[in-house]
Write a protein that binds this ligand. Structure first.
Ligand code: ZN
Length: 410
């Protein structure tokens, strides 16, 4: 636990957790009235809620009975709807041709693409777990300069594949887009690249500790390379994600200090209590990407095993983060993910996976993840109540980032 708390503190100290300048915009003042508000995953429902936003930040949270709307303030009705904090999608890819070349793309087209993929589903922050460092950082800057509207983008930039270990499904994309293969040739060269990416502004590091080379062929990254890259990433206060694939790829990640598993590992079978204990003791979080295993079904990776793994980790108090692999998958609607998560966790745990847990894991809990005075006004207005039906998490009526409307259903 200590190490990650330190990473979080350092992330905050190094600016990742600080309010971006774009988050303080004068004039973004309004009140949302009449919604049922869940201020955080543990909070009781606030019926007939009133949330006041000033300059893109939440300034007051209460009920219409106890709190007055400042005279002249713009009012948005939330009647019959539910208001929660903005969602994090902690596993996406900014890998379309336009997203890989944002400076050459039409900003309006880019904006529409980001809306279809992310903001219309309530995602106000996304963690890109493989694109290119240059394109993701450029896109983030364009959003910060308000050349287009989009979510907060965190990125690992270019990933690290094992030597001769480019995953079979990645090869066509790298060839079509003429991107040099981010394989590790030598450890020292990889460490140098990691330093360059850190300087360029990435927010994490992604290691393919178990790279899929064929149907039965998984290449496991050598332990000494994982250890060296994790140490360097942590020296830069960056969290490390692993693509684990199987039992060996997961063990290599967990034993060498990785912070987040980017997928469940159904090919490894059920996680028993000892396996779950290992993950929790090593403070490793899981982004299960459950629907991925349904969209790409295989006998060796049953969805029922994914459900067991998520249920076991969550029940034991481990950190689960919401993520869909959107951008690798062209299914952007997260409904299936919620349907599968409902088999493994209750709605409050799912809300935590969407908001509080990623904000904490990635050093931003002082800035977002709850509806609380002082935090950025990243919020989602839902049709329906996820406490009654988890499917309501996908029924997004409005998405706000720093008080700006990024999506409106009608
Ligand atoms: Zn992915």
């Amino acid at each position: 636990m200590k190490r990650l708390a330190l990473v979080a503190a350092c992330l905050a100290a190094f600016g990742v957790g600080k309010p971006a300048a774009a988050d303080d915009l004068p004039g973004r003042d309004f009140a949302i009235v009449g919604a049922r508000v869940y201020a955080d995953p543990a909070a009781a429902a606030l019926d007939d809620g009133l949330v006041i936003v000033r300059n893109g930040r939440i300034s007051a949270v209460g009920t219409s009975e106890k709190l007055a709307i400042p005279p002249g303030m713009k009012v948005i009705s939330g009647k019959g709807r539910t208001l929660v904090a903005g969602f994090w999608n902690s596993h996406v890819h900014l890998m379309t041709h336009d997203l890989l070349h944002p400076e050459a793309a039409d900003p309006l087209k880019l904006e529409a693409g980001l809306r279809d993929m992310f903001t219309r589903w309530g995602f106000t922050t996304v963690f890109d777990l493989t694109s290119t460092t240059a394109s993701a950082v450029t896109l983030r800057q364009m959003i910060a300069k308000r050349a287009l509207l989009g979510p907060q983008i965190l990125t690992v930039g270019d990933p690290f594949f094992p030597k001769d270990g480019m995953p079979i499904y990645a090869r066509p994309i790298y060839e079509a887009e003429h991107i040099a293969s981010p394989e590790i040739r030598t450890t020292s060269e990889a460490v140098t690249r990691l330093d360059r990416q850190a300087q360029a502004g990435v927010n994490g590091v992604k290691l393919f500790t178990g790279a899929i080379l064929g149907a039965e062929d998984v290449m496991v990254m050598p332990a000494d390379q994982i250890g060296a890259l994790v140490a360097e990433a942590h020296r830069h206060h960056l969290p490390v994600f692993a693509h684990p694939t199987n039992r060996e790829g997961m063990a290599a990640a967990v034993e060498n200090g990785v912070d987040v598993l980017a997928h469940a590992t159904p090919i490894a079978g059920d996680w028993d209590a000892a396996q779950v204990r290992k993950l929790i003791d090593a403070d490793v979080a899981l982004v299960p990407t459950m629907m991925l295993f349904e969209v790409y079904p295989a006998e060796s990776t049953p969805v029922s095993t994914v459900v067991q793994q998520v249920r076991a980790l969550s029940a034991a108090g481990g950190d689960v983060l919401f993520g869909t692999d959107a951008g690798f998958m062209d299914v952007f609607d997260p409904s299936a993910e919620y349907r599968l998560m409902a088999q493994a966790m209750d709605w409050r745990h799912v809300l935590a996976a969407l908001t509080l847990t990623p904000a904490r894991r990635f050093g931003q809990s002082g800035e977002r993840g709850r509806i609380e005075p002082g935090l950025a006004a990243d919020m989602v207005l839902l049709d329906g109540d996820p406490a009654a039906d988890l499917a309501a998490f996908a029924k997004v009526a409005m998405t706000f980032r720093a008080g700006e409307v990024l999506y409106r259903k009608d």
